[in-house]
Ligand binder design. Structure first.
Ligand code: NAP
Ligand code: ZN
Ligand code: ZN
Length: 347
């Protein structure tokens, strides 16, 4: 038995997303069916739909910032009930047995986590993501959305929120730490909010001064335009932690020069092309260059609870599904303030 769901589907890397219908299985005994209310548009959706990254299998339904209401539960589900406000992020399953799964780092499952889209589920069928009216997910990979956050503002937390919260926590953002966020888009703006709530001194490094007022309102103390070369001179050796959210190539050496001794730059942006680096940029000042990918289930729930406790949600522009392709163009032009969220009643 299956349920039909309406969806927006990418048929190929070059075709615009189109409306269509997909099948969702009936929830198994440990699964829940979620009636999706809102799904955020992450830049990773665009990289995938447009074939920027290798290995995309078309047709694909993307979307991994999902917020909705539980519609049905399997017989042995204990953690969620019909009517609960819930979310689903970037993965919907993992092996649960490897050292990383057992450590709560399911996003680094050695067997490969089952991604919310463009992956193969335990049932052997391709996974289809959140640009859809419903989804069926094992209850262990479903997060509870606290009452304090609206579903539209919560949806982007399921990827953008955790992708920033995890490195900010793991690399000790807090009082007395100078933190820079490169790129003020979907991830970047959540980084500003979360780092500020953690008590860090936050700066934004954006291409232009266009988003300065917003950044200061969201909690940044300083804001710099990277198009102004004076920025790199003025901020030399300045930061303890830099998080790079840029979806395109950057001058890695130039940004590393902004780190103080022992400072760390974390790459979360995933441009399709390789980046180059002079090793002197690391050797001098004992600087660290690392990366981070989403966060585990437990840390994602911790992030949602943290955001609710601090009154943090994403800044969203709600769009009907018919505007998804236009929204993609605006994201690619860095013209998003700061996350497009699709209203699931419009598929
Ligand atoms: P986004 O909303 O498009 O934000 C990216 C920001 O980067 C833009 O708003 C812009 O900020 C800046 N930017 C864009 N093009 C640039 C260029 N050519 N040069 C310099 N800066 C540029 O995207 P997002 O959804 O936040 O995602 C950002 C990246 O992170 C994507 O590559 C995505 O795939 C990746 N991602 C990774 C993870 C992970 O787990 N590691 C999770 C989610 C997303 P300004 O206008 O302020 O300059
Ligand atoms: Zn994402
Ligand atoms: Zn595993």
């Amino acid at each position: 038995m299956t349920t039909l769901a309406r969806a927006y589907i990418a048929a190929s890397a070059t075709s615009p997303l189109q409306p269509g219908v997909i099948e969702r299985r009936e929830p198994g005994e440990f699964e829940v069916r979620i009636g999706i209310k809102f799904t955020g548009i992450c830049h990773s959706d665009i990289h995938t739909a447009r074939g920027d990254w290798a290995g995309v299998k078309y047709p694909v339904v993307v979307g991994h910032e999902i917020a909705g209401i539980v519609e049905a539960v399997g017989a042995r589900v204990t953690g969620h009930a019909v009517g609960d406000r819930v979310g689903v992020g970037c993965f919907v399953d993992s092996c649960r047995e490897c050292v990383n799964c057992r450590a709560g780092e399911e996003q680094h499952c050695q067997a490969g986590p089952v991604s919310t889209y463009n992956s193969v589920g335990r049932d052997g069928l391709p996974t289809a993501g959140g640009y859809s009216t419903s989804i069926v997910v094992d209850e262990n990979y479903v997060l509870g959305i606290p009452d304090g956050i609206s579903l539209e503002e919560a949806a982007p937390l399921l990827c953008a929120g955790i992708t920033m919260y995890s490195p900010l926590r793991n690399w000790g953002a807090g009082p007395g730490k100078r933190v820079a966020i490169i790129g003020m888009g979907g991830l970047g703006h959540m980084g500003v909010k979360i780092a500020a709530a953690l008590g860090a001194e936050v700066s934004v490094l954006s291409q232009s001064l266009k988003k300065q007022e917003d950044a200061l309102r969201l909690g940044a103390q300083d804001y710099y335009a990277t198009a102004d070369t004076g920025t790199f001179e003025a901020l030399k050796d300045h930061f303890d932690l830099i998080i790079n959210t840029v979806s395109a190539e950057i001058d890695v050496d130039a940004y590393l020069s902004l780190l103080a001794v022992g400072g760390t730059m974390v790459m979360v942006g995933l441009p399709p092309q390789p980046l180059s680096l002079r090793t002197w940029s690391l050797a001098g000042y004992r600087r660290n260059l690392t990366g981070s990918k989403m966060g585990g289930i437990q840390q994602t729930q911790e992030m949602l609870d943290f955001c609710a406790a601090h009154g943090l949600g994403a800044e969203v522009e709600i769009i009907p599904a018919s505007k998804i392709n236009d929204a993609y163009e605006r994201v690619l032009a860095s013209d998003v303030r700061y996350r497009f969220v699709i209203d699931a009643t419009t598929y």
